[in-house]
Each structure stands twice: as structure tokens, then as C-alpha cells.
Design a protein around this ligand. Structure first.
Ligand SMILES: [Zn+2]
Length: 295
């Protein structure tokens, strides 16, 4: 459903300080037609760490690049060993109050544009959100780089379990891209599984660093931004252009952007307000004040 913007706001270029006043967010959600753009910060309360957030642990974790993955069989083995371990954590993760509030806004018909998420954890959908665009793909699927076949990750996980009995190293950390930190010794001997259809190379159906988001997916998101009355950024520092460009698009069109994120973001100068509160608490409060039953 396309909704005409009912609110208008012109960016000032000033860096707005974080606020704890949720009123602008309450007003926007109550007005409806909201497009949610979510990032890793909405999933931290589900036990999935935000490696770009507090502590700046990104420097410790070097994500797999598309070039490494496709060009080097040893890199793929390292990736699948680490990712297989990380999957056990992702498999246990459950939606939190933030995901539940977003799903409730959707049921109440307040999300005209639906949800664009930068997360690959599937927790919006697990909470009951429909019309979720997974900007960077989803860890619950794998795709064959040779024949294009897609299949459920849980099937590959079962095959990897069978091929690697006793594989149970203790990782240094589990990262939000589903990757666990393991040493070279810990991944040595890990058996990678080929595509069941053609024997080709399997890759998680997620956008790696060094890989671009498919053009038709970007265009679909641009369409959602065009139809949104407001854009609500939840738990993203907007450090990657893949998300920031939609905030820019909204701001250029005079569509208000509201951000709920504890730390400053790259979109703050484009936003009407940034609310610096934990997401579960903030969104539960918004739902109460709008009169939406989170259930
Ligand atoms: Zn294949």
C-alpha cells in the first residue's frame, strides 16, 4: 500500500544530539505509513552481538570478503567451519521486545512500507513481521554459486554435522554475520559440503563484504522509501552505504527520518531526531503510547 507523506521535514545539516524523548517516534508511528530500516542493534538483546557497536570490536573481527570466499578453497573451509559453529548460536536466537513491537506495528497497519533489515538473522520474520526485505540476504538459506540452486541452511547444517562428527571447538566470539572466531588449528580438517544438485560451491545467501546488493533489491527498497510517510531507523549506525542511501533518499524527498540508536550514526544530520534508548524498552513504550497490543 502506497501512502502519501503526511509529515514534512527539511534537514538542517546540524548534528542533532541524542534525546530520550520518544514523542517524535510516537507521532510518526501513530500517523502510519512508517518504513522501518533495522540494523544489528535491534538484535543485540537477542544475544547476537553488534560488532560495529560498543567497544568497536570490528577491528578484532575481519569479515569474509566475497573475493576471498570465491577465490580460495581454504578460505571457504575456514568460513564454513566458523559459520557452522555460529549457526548454532543463530539457531537458538529468539526475537526480542524490539522485533515484537515492530511486528505489532505491522499487524496494526502502521507500517505502510514494511521492514527493510540489514540483518541476516531472520528475527523480524520469526517475530511475525511480513513484507521484510532482507537487504543483505538471510543466513537461513544457501545458494550454489555454480547452478544457482537455493536450499535451506538447516539441511546444510545437518550435512555438516554428519560430515564433521565431534567438531565442537570453543570459539573466541560469535559475530553478527554468523561467523565464529576460530584458530587455524581449530578449522583444520573441517569437511565442506558441495551442492547436492551439481556438486558446486555453496555460499550462504547473504551479501558478503566486497559484494554488492542485487540491483532489483535496491530498487525495491527505493520504491518503499518513495511510498513511506516516515522512515524509522532502528539499531543501525548507518556505517555502510547500503543502508545510508535510503536515509539520504528519504531526507532529500522531505520524508522525516527518525532514528532510535544508542550511539551517534552517520544519518544523524539527516534525521529529525535520534533517540538514544535501548530498543526493546523504547519500542515497547512506543507501542503502549500508540495503543498497539504487542501480545
Ligand atoms: Zn549447484
Amino acid at each position: 500500500m502506497r501512502m502519501r507523506p503526511t509529515l514534512s521535514w527539511t534537514p538542517t545539516g546540524e548534528l542533532p544530539p541524542g534525546t530520550t524523548d520518544l514523542e517524535p517516534v510516537v507521532d510518526a508511528v501513530r500517523a502510519g505509513g512508517v518504513l522501518v530500516l533495522s540494523g544489528a542493534g535491534i538484535s543485540t538483546e537477542s544475544g547476537i552481538p553488534d560488532y560495529r557497536g560498543e567497544g568497536g570490536s570490528l577491528s578484532r573481527h575481519t569479515p569474509m570478503t566475497y573475493q576471498d570466499f570465491t577465490g580460495d578453497a581454504r578460505a571457504r573451509r575456514r568460513y564454513w567451519a566458523r559459520s557452522h559453529l555460529g549457526w548454532r548460536t543463530f539457531g537458538r536466537a529468539r526475537p526480542n521486545d524490539g522485533h515484537r513491537a515492530v511486528a505489532a506495528f505491522g499487524r496494526a497497519g502502521l507500517l505502510g512500507g514494511g521492514v527493510i533489515t540489514q540483518n541476516v538473522d531472520g528475527l523480524h520474520q520469526a517475530a511475525g513481521s511480513e513484507d521484510v526485505v532482507e537487504l543483505h540476504g538471510g543466513l537461513d538459506r544457501v545458494v550454489c554459486l555454480d547452478c544457482g540452486d537455493t536450499s535451506p541452511r538447516r539441511e546444510l547444517a545437518r550435512r555438516l554435522e554428519e560430515a564433521n562428527p565431534g567438531f565442537d571447538p570453543v570459539p573466541a566470539a560469535i559475530n553478527p554475520d554468523g561467523d565464529a572466531d576460530l584458530t587455524d588449528e581449530q578449522v583444520a580438517g573441517f569437511h565442506v559440503m558441495p551442492c547436492v544438485v551439481c556438486g558446486g560451491v555453496l555460499k550462504p545467501d547473504v551479501v558478503f563484504f566486497g559484494e554488492t546488493v542485487p540491483a532489483e533489491r535496491v530498487e525495491r527498497c527505493r520504491e518503499l522509501v518513495r511510498g513511506a510517510a516516515s522512515v524509522l531507523v532502528l539499531g543501525s549506525s548507518l556505517t555502510v552505504m547500503s543502508g545510508l542511501r535510503f536515509v539520504r533518499q528519504a531526507a532529500q524527498a522531505g520524508t522525516p527520518v527518525l532514528i532510535v540508536n544508542r550511539d551517534p550514526t552517520r544519518g544523524d544530520t539527516l534525521a529529525a531526531a535520534r533517540v538514544a534508548l535501548p530498543l526493546g524498552e523504547a519500542l515497547t513504550s512506543v507501542a503502549e503510547r500508540v495503543g498497539v497490543d504487542v501480545g
